[in-house]
Write a protein that binds this ligand. Structure first.
Ligand SMILES: Cc1ncc(COP(=O)(O)O)c(C=O)c1O
Length: 318
């Protein structure tokens, strides 16, 4: 990172940022990409670009863009939502088709975007079968509605399915990926899409105060992560499954969500407060977050090693 050649990215002059953006666009077979400080910003830029005030975004009721981005769909884009009840966050083409507003109906919002999340955070790292995404894409194409992917953890899905970023690039009009999270960068996300989408997003990034100067120091980490930290995500999944096994033996745990990738969600017995449980874990050096009533979420990542896993096992198997 220190060795990165940098320039002024607001002027489009940072060679390392440009190299990262070109690399990501090439990887997904899309025209352009935009480096941003966060996944929230890349999602919100996509929504801003694709929608108009008074239109709606179709997404799962647990999607990050709706639940955890501070009401940005409304605040940034003046758009509404159609919330669907997916299978651990995964929508079907039939659900999407049913939710699209009828044409020329002045009572309805106008559907301007369908947004999927893969892997699905709130679904416990669940991931899509690509055939379902293809069917959703067909529905969107028939109705001329763009399809966005919140792919904050897309690479976690890809290492499980063996699919390529290129296949995903063919299916979506815009894709957000996070270089932080599992890929291990200190900060940064990318929005990937057509030249037109990214040109518009660059303008709104500036409006939001997200134009940054010598961001090449951070982009250098992104380039490294894409080259070195993707395949190893499988190790995170193995460790997450091991954490699931540890909790399966704990009497206070009522249920463990299927561990598909790097997220483990446990449901505690009704009488146990998730907040107190997380505090207790924290005292013993295990960090997790509350994730709804009786729910606690653990995430494995680059900095969580086999030694940490063994330490966790020792602390919990007493
Ligand atoms: C699925 C998903 N999308 C988007 C984001 C937003 O990323 P950031 O925290 O970089 O804004 C997150 C963060 O946890 C996430 O889990």
């Amino acid at each position: 990172m220190w060795a990165a050649e940098v320039g002024d990215d607001v002027m489009g002059d940072d060679p390392t940022v440009n190299a990262l953006q070109e690399k990501a666009a090439r990887l997904f077979g899309m025209e352009d990409a935009l480096f941003c400080p966060s996944g929230t910003m890349t999602n919100q830029l996509a929504i801003r670009v694709h929608t108009q005030p008074g239109s709606d975004v179709i997404c799962d009721k647990y999607s990050h863009i709706y639940l955890y981005e501070g009401g940005g769909i409304m605040l940034n884009s003046f758009a509404s939502v159609k919330l669907l009840d997916g299978d651990r966050g995964r929508l079907t083409a039939a659900q999407v088709a049913d939710a699209i507003s009828p044409e020329n109906d002045i009572h309805s919002t106008i559907t301007r975007l369908v947004s999927l999340e893969n892997t699905m955070n709130k679904g416990g790292g669940s991931y899509y079968n690509i055939n379902e995404i293809k069917s959703i894409k067909q529905v969107c194409m028939d109705k001329k509605i763009p399809l966005h992917l919140d792919g904050a953890r897309l690479f976690n899905a890809l290492v499980e399915t063996g699919e390529s970023p290129f296949q995903y690039g063919q299916l979506f009009d815009s894709i957000s990926i996070c270089l932080s999270k599992g890929l291990g960068c200190p900060v940064g996300s990318l929005l990937i899409g057509s030249t037109k989408t990214i040109t518009n997003a660059r303008r709104f990034r500036k409006v939001m105060g997200g134009g940054w100067r010598q961001a090449g120091f951070l982009a250098a980490a992104g380039i490294y992560a894409l080259d070195h930290h993707v395949e190893r995500l499988k190790e995170d999944h193995t460790r997450a499954r091991a954490i699931g096994d540890i909790f399966s033996k704990k009497s206070e745990v009522e249920e463990i969500f299927p561990v598909d990738t790097n997220i483990v969600i446990i449901r505690l017995q009704e009488s146990i407060s998730e907040t107190e449980y997380v505090k207790k874990l924290e005292k013993s050096g295990i960090r997790a977050v509350t994730f709804g009533k009786n729910l606690v979420r653990f995430v494995t990542h680059l900095d969580f090693t086999d030694d940490h896993l063994e330490e966790m096992r020792r602390k919990l198997e007493v």
